[in-house]
Design a protein around this ligand. Structure first.
Ligand SMILES: Cc1ncc(COP(=O)(O)O)c(C=O)c1O
Length: 400
């Protein structure tokens, strides 16, 4: 049998509460298999990585397996997978490392579409080094970020361009392969935030042309940890601050302190869960991931169509997510009603769709929503048509 939403839902203990979760862009619910993998890793024999004892070998294999799982998910070399506390922390770390040779006259480019995790680290290190900061604008009317918006701000002085593969409040998916060509033509590096994108797309970092691609497994059924991927050769050329006795080997050079082995076991389980979302898929794990994510995308997009038609039919609703290419994430407000109140009224009906700027603060401001943002409803593979109807009905009952 192919993708079956009931079978998917059965694997999520938290969904039994009856709450309709449209808060996936903030972090999805977690399947039982991921919790079990974390529990087994942390309660089994476990020591620091090594080859002598069973406990050391357990730690070693959780690391190797998690790198391999992420490599399959992103279609990259496992030797280029770096784990860290969060995508935010990894981006601050990489910004600090890349900024070692920045100087006045160099340029750094960030976008107004992005979550602040892919903005502020670059802003801060541009300030510290005297490099010039440039902003990629997007069209607030459509939420579309065009390749020409990137072309307008890069030149031979550009060191890094930081841009998202999918905006976390508008869902906008910029054309990253085309942007990569523009960025590489001027000799700069492309740092892509894949946190929101990875939950909704078949990711092929090699085909995208990103030099760095970051994501966060808690956005795709896994534990709260961050992942950054880059070509091993690129990582070899970079020298982060590190402890004297810690290894120079890549990718470990970038992983400060002891890795959270139990969370790494959870990552592997999350990737295996994704690969199994379409039980009829066969072949390598990568092939099963591609087949499953394609099925999940079809499911999410059909729900998204229903949600969008429902929102568009409500005269008092403004929807801000209008890009041609986007994830099934909608940002909207109701005329004359505070978005926080909408969030609370929905929550009282067991419909979770929070409101705010979701740390995409520049994006919220650029849309004219200030720092307050709006309501976000994001879909995940476990959502159903019945839940969409509950959301729409609950919205229609909220009075100004
Ligand atoms: C698009 C996007 N980028 C970055 C982040 C930050 O990720 P992390 O919590 O792993 O630092 C988030 C979190 O919401 C996000 O949605």
């Amino acid at each position: 049998m192919a993708f079956n939403v009931d079978q998917i839902r059965d694997q999520f203990p938290s969904l039994k509460s009856g709450v309709a979760h449209f808060d996936g862009p903030g972090g999805t619910q977690t399947p039982e298999s991921v919790g079990t993998a974390i529990y087994q890793a942390i309660t089994g024999p476990l020591a620091n990585r090594g080859t002598t004892t069973e406990a050391e070998r357990a730690a070693e294999s959780t690391v190797i397996e998690a790198r391999s799982a992420m490599a399959d998910l992103l279609n990259v070399d496992a030797r280029g997978i770096v784990f860290g506390r969060s995508m935010t922390q990894l981006t601050f770390d990489f910004a600090r490392t890349l900024a070692q040779d920045w100087k006045p006259g160099d340029e750094v480019v960030v976008s107004k579409l992005d979550h602040d995790a892919n903005v502020r680290p670059w802003v801060r290190y541009a300030e510290k080094t005297g490099a010039t900061l440039r902003w990629i604008e997007f069209d607030p009317a459509t939420g579309h970020l065009d390749v020409s918006d990137v072309e307008a701000v890069v030149n031979e002085r550009t060191k890094v361009v930081a841009v998202t593969a999918a905006g976390n409040i508008l869902g906008t998916k910029p054309d990253i392969p085309a942007i990569a060509k523009v960025v590489h033509a001027v000799g700069a590096l492309l740092y892509v935030d894949g946190v929101h994108n990875t939950a909704h797309s078949v990711v092929d970092v090699a085909a995208m042309g990103a030099d760095f691609y970051g994501c966060s497994p808690y956005k795709f059924f896994g534990p709260h940890i961050g992942v950054m991927s880059a070509k091993p050769e690129l990582l070899e050329s970079l020298h982060p601050d590190k402890l004297l006795p810690s290894t120079e080997v890549v990718p470990e050079r970038f992983e400060l302190g002891t890795l959270p082995y139990e969370l790494l076991a959870g990552i592997t389980a999350a990737v295996d869960f994704i690969a199994g979302m379409d039980p009829s898929a066969s072949g390598s794990r990568r092939e099963r991931i591609v087949a499953s994510m394609e099925e999940a995308e079809v499911h999410e997009h059909s729900l998204s169509h229903r949600l969008r038609s429902g929102l568009d039919a409500m005269p008092n609703v403004t929807v801000y997510s209008n890009a041609r290419s986007k994830t099934p994430t909608e940002l909207f407000s109701l005329a004359g009603i505070d978005s926080q109140r909408i969030y609370q009224e929905l929550a009282s009906k067991k419909v979770n769709a929070p409101a705010g700027n979701f740390y995409a603060i520049e994006c919220s401001r650029h849309l004219g929503l200030g720092d307050g943002g709006a309501v976000r409803a994001g879909l995940a593979p476990y959502n159903t048509t019945e839940e969409i109807d509950r959301l729409l009905n609950a919205l229609s009952e909220i009075k100004a």
